[in-house]
Design a protein around this ligand. Sequence first.
Ligand code: F3S
Length: 278
Amino acid sequence: MEVIRSKNAGACYGVQRALDLALKASEGDGSAFTLGPLIHNPQVVANLEARGVLAVKEPEQATHGAIIIRSHGVTPAVRRSVEARGLPVIDATCPHVARAQKAAATLAEECGYVVVVGEEGHPEVEGLVAYAHEAGAQVHVAETAADLPVDLPEHVGVVVQTTQTRDALDDVLEGIRAQGVAAQVKDTVCTATRQRQQAAAELAGQVDAIVVIGGRNSANTTHLAEICAAECPRTHHIESAAELDSAWFAGCSSVGVTAGASTPDDQIDEVVQRLERM
Ligand code: F3S
């Protein structure tokens, strides 16, 4: 059975950077705290815990060591309470997310009303909303044009959650323009997600079966699995190599492997090696 690894798979730049920073923090005297799990990957989170990097919900629960801000960033208020703890702060906010936060604040100042294209309640979106609010704007979150209010002002700023697609942005922009409203747009889409999705769809169309690796609680991995399933009915979403079942690949001459943005390379290697032994 030929095992083909997707040309774009696994940890993106921002996630890898956050992981590297957390691992570095665990060296030396050890302890550090992340505000929420560092990434949506239970194995990685457990490994970090074993090294003394613990996930907490509130900055107040960090009692010693350093506090790590995750790749999808925090609201200005959370950042202030982190800084108020007086502990060293390791800012692992992905630079692309930081750029989106800055864009949200600038649009707020220039337009007074900001539409955030993204998923309501997602931590990154909460950050973007808060940055725009703090800069004095009214803010609305819309994942599709249908989520837009009908009474938009004449001129709005538009910023995008980094992991959204350009199609989602275009859909919301069309809805805004259909109301005769002018939009000042900061396109903050990160191409890492799109590259992974395109490569996975391409690969899924070429193989007999495909394995998608990543946390079941990871939205981007689940979405990747959906994209693969549309091209290849024998799509299997797993969290680790231990879940692989040789019966899934009966009669297959090729199997593809891809992984969500929160899956480190060593987990992908392990799955590829196990498949090659099957
Ligand atoms: Fe950053 Fe893009 Fe990853 S925004 S965290 S590099 S998906």
